[in-house]
Structures are given as structure tokens and as C-alpha cells.
Design a protein around this ligand. Structure first.
Ligand code: 1GP
Length: 244
């Protein structure tokens, strides 16, 4: 990933195992690869069990040559089939379970299975959607740049390797570009932005503001046209990266 980030922005396709069959997930992943996506992220906020996760990872592995990262929901659902895992702290949760406890419960398994853990400081911004609710998040207000910057800096100082600004899946408007810029200003680690990025313009604006890695989920769940949708987003990300 570090190598890719030297060359340009990175696009990640999120597949929620709860939303389609493993076969369909694999079809989506293949189309996203054709469209140019760099990584497949597999996980969902609720309703995912280990069997479902394992099956989707295995099908996606068969169908693509992309690295597969899992987006964990709990320490009980960690698949040894994935290449890496977002080993994360939901920094602005009010429940210590999501801040650090789940990570502590999963740490030994991840180490013993030799899964690469990408340590990630993850924060959810208003309105937060389902992840805000399930994660018992004290949401960052959309205009509170200072709080967002504080979390970013804390993530950096804790030694996390990624900082992730999440607007919530399906949110009508992604994290504001002003917040992306403010956060980028204090970071040296890569900045991940996701939630509601469903057009090339929104992806381009996020990259222009400072996002290094864009995660899109909903656009690939629409059935047809995945390859074209992903390609259009990546082209715009690259164009805006060059002029930022
Ligand atoms: C990943 O929650 C996002 O950060 C995915 O959001 O489904 O709205 O693309 P979308």
C-alpha cells in the first residue's frame, strides 16, 4: 500500500458479506478489479458472522488477484483467510469495547495466524448512519474541525499507521472537504475517507482536499455497471490528485 500511495490515490472497494451471496460478492470484486480498484475490504456493521465472512473472502480470493483486507466488527469474527485486517480503534466511541477492548481480544489470534494488522485510528463524523449507532459513537459535528484534527493528531501520536474519517455508509453527503483538509494538515500517515462517496465528483473532491485512500461501498452494490462506476471514480481521483 505504501508503494501505491507514492504513485497516487488508492481506491478500496468495500464488500459487505451480509448484503449478497459470496458468489455475488466475488462477481462485484472481479468487476471492481477490472475497473481498477486496488484493494478489497470485506466487512459490515451488523449481521455478519464468521461463516459468511470466510465464504465471501474465499470466493473473492478465487475471483481476483487483489489483496483482501477485513473490516472487523468484533474479535469473534476474524478470518484467517484474509491477507490483512484493519486493526482498529473506534476512537470516538463512548464504549471502551470499541475503543480498545475488542482489539485486545483479537490481538493474539491475529498475531498467531500471521495476519497483517493495519493499525487504524477510526472516527465517525455526523450523521454517522448505522456505524455511528452500533458503535455507540459520540459523533464529530460536521463543522468541528478542531475535534477532528485532535483525533487525527492523537492517532498519529499513538503510532497508528492509518487514520480513517468515516461519514457512515449511505450518507447523503460525505465528510466535508473542509474537515478532510484540516485533518490532512496535521497528518503524516495516510488519510482514509469513506461513506457516501458515490460519484466521481465526490471522490475527486475528497482527494483534492487531502484524502489518500477512498473507500466506496454502496456504488458496487447496485448490480450492473460496477466496473464502469469504479473506473470513473478512479479516473477522477487520479485527475484531482495530479492537480492538488
Ligand atoms: C466505508 O462506510 C463506507 O467507509 C462505505 O460507504 O457504502 O456509502 O460507500 P458507502
Amino acid at each position: 500500500m505504501r508503494e501505491l500511495l507514492r504513485q497516487g490515490p488508492v481506491h478500496v472497494t468495500l464488500i459487505d458479506p451480509d448484503k449478497q451471496s459470496p458468489m455475488e460478492g466475488a462477481r462485484i470484486a472481479r468487476a471492481a478489479q477490472e475497473g481498477g480498484t486496488n484493494f478489497i475490504l470485506i466487512g459490515g456493521t451488523s449481521g455478519v458472522d464468521l461463516q459468511m465472512l470466510d465464504a465471501t473472502i474465499q470466493e473473492v480470493k478465487e475471483a481476483t488477484s487483489l489483496p483482501i483486507i477485513t473490516f472487523p466488527t468484533s474479535s469473534a469474527i476474524i478470518s484467517h483467510h484474509s491477507h490483512a485486517i484493519l486493526f482498529m480503534s473506534l476512537m470516538n466511541s463512548s464504549n471502551v469495547r470499541y475503543v480498545i477492548r475488542e482489539a485486545s481480544l483479537g490481538a493474539e489470534f491475529i498475531r498467531d495466524e500471521g495476519i497483517e494488522g493495519l493499525s487504524t485510528g477510526y472516527v465517525v463524523v455526523e450523521p454517522g448512519m448505522l456505524v455511528g449507532e452500533v458503535g455507540e459513537v459520540t459523533l464529530i459535528p460536521r463543522d468541528d474541525l478542531r475535534t477532528a484534527r485532535g483525533y487525527a493528531l492523537a492517532a498519529e501520536m499513538f503510532g497508528f499507521s492509518l487514520f480513517y474519517l468515516e461519514g457512515g455508509s449511505g450518507v447523503p453527503e460525505p465528510v466535508p472537504t473542509e474537515m478532510i483538509s484540516a485533518v490532512k494538515d496535521v497528518l503524516t500517515i495516510p488519510l482514509v475517507v469513506g461513506g457516501g462517496i458515490d460519484t466521481p465528483e465526490k471522490a475527486g473532491d475528497a482527494v483534492n482536499a487531502g484524502a489518500d485512500i477512498i473507500v466506496t461501498g454502496n456504488i458496487v452494490e447496485r448490480g450492473e455497471g460496477t466496473e464502469e462506476a469504479v473506473r470513473a471514480i478512479i479516473e477522477e481521483m487520479e485527475r484531482r490528485w495530479k492537480i492538488r
